[in-house]
Design a protein around this ligand. Sequence first.
Ligand SMILES: *Cc1c(COP(=O)(O)O)cnc(C)c1O
Length: 390
Amino acid sequence: MTNSSDYIMFGLPHIEEDEIQEVVKTLRSGWLGTGPKTAEFEEQIAQFVGAKHGLALNSCTAGLHLSLLACGIGPGDEVITTPLTFSATVNSIIHSGATPVFVDVDFDTANIDPGKIESVITPRTRAIMPVHMYGRPCEMDEILDIAKRHNLYVIEDAAHALGAEYKGRRIGSLSDLTCFSFYVTKNITTGEGGMITTNNTPFAKKIKVSALHGLSKHAWQRYSDRGYDHYEVLLPGFKYNMTDMQASLGLHQMRRIEQNDRRRQEIWDLYSESFKDLPVTTPAPIPPDIKHARHLYTILVDRERSGIDRDAFRQALHQRGIGTGVHFLPVHAHKFYADRFGITASDFPNTEYIGVRTVSLPLSTRLTDSEVSRIVQSVRDIIKQGVIHV
Ligand SMILES: *Cc1c(COP(=O)(O)O)cnc(C)c1O
């Protein structure tokens, strides 16, 4: 047992002095809300992913919701997605009024299996919402091809995938709309925050208005030194805007994204090398034509093979002062969704298999070499002890 100050928290954010100073500057500037720094952050992300527009929001969930609405998706429509995802993906579809339709994942990649998508397309299907699990891009050529043939929109849940690349292009520039998250545990963070990237200018204009009450002009345009100007309400919008305090964090987080990516790869490779002789499943190899964003490092653990089940394994790591995550309990494992959509584990065997075995190890760039060694040693010790009763 380690003392609490040694506890390795899962998903520890990596904040440096630059962004702390930027937040302080913003506080002193008097402009805390959506303003010039948010605009600069939008430009920075759009440029990075190679998209025309970046639309900063208070979350990725808000981005998914507004993306669906921008496509005109609502009651009576169906949206195809994966059952191995965070509730936000599914909830955003429900919030739009549409019905989520689930397709099992590929066993190796944990991403939606494109080979199974067409069998669930109906006349009501309007969009596909793939999730780039753990930062590994989905098979976008196949997905975009299906969408084109069936006249469907593609809205990517890229909460894990900032910096990921698919056949030489960054995720964020491939489909109609892509949504990123800057939640505390994500590859870059603004505390809470999200961004939509798109090449579709009419969508971008619509989303900008919907994200802030439906107003024709944003506050920093209304209150600029050119004097007060009237605005008009164009539609009943939402309160989904990002603030300059959040953008102050994001601007500096983005400057370190490639440096952080190298560190994530280093830890990733060390884990894979250290666990290759253990009776656990490590992440599938990554083909040369994609770049994994290395958001989450997951292994599959089960009693039959590893001598300990996933939850006991997590508990044993916790007792050694190491926090872990589960990404994710499948959608069908939540009673609400199971009842509402009539889905069960047997509908999605790969999702179920992964969902009961997956555990995410810490991969924060805040981890020191000695902390990484401690994690490696603990995983090895626990698995080697075989069945442990905790
Ligand atoms: C984190 C996450 C989200 C939600 O992001 P927020 O910014 O917290 O709204 C959506 N989808 C997936 C897969 C996530 O991991």
